[in-house]
Design a protein around this ligand. Structure first.
Ligand code: ZN
Length: 79
């Protein structure tokens, strides 16, 4: 069994992790995996900064084209 077997599970937990909606056991699981897995850690950092940005500026106030750029960035991140 490799670290990456857990990636799928970690991805499921990621949104809840960012929303602080996970149970204690799930948080432990997600943190343990993020600790081991570069890929998921980068994903997590990216999602976290995206959320931070979205929180600061509502969609309405975003300059035209910015959302598209963020989506593009997200596409690149998963390559
Ligand atoms: Zn992973």
């Amino acid at each position: 069994m490799t670290v990456h077997d857990d990636c799928e599970k970690c991805e499921e937990l990621l949104q809840g992790f960012l929303d602080r909606e996970l149970t204690g056991a799930e948080v432990v699981l997600a943190e343990a995996h993020l600790d081991l897995c570069d890929y998921c850690r980068r994903r997590y950092k990216f999602e976290e900064s995206l959320r931070h940005y979205v929180k600061l500026s509502t969609i309405e106030r975003m300059p035209p084209g910015l959302m598209e750029r963020l989506v593009d960035l997200r596409g690149l991140e998963s390559l």
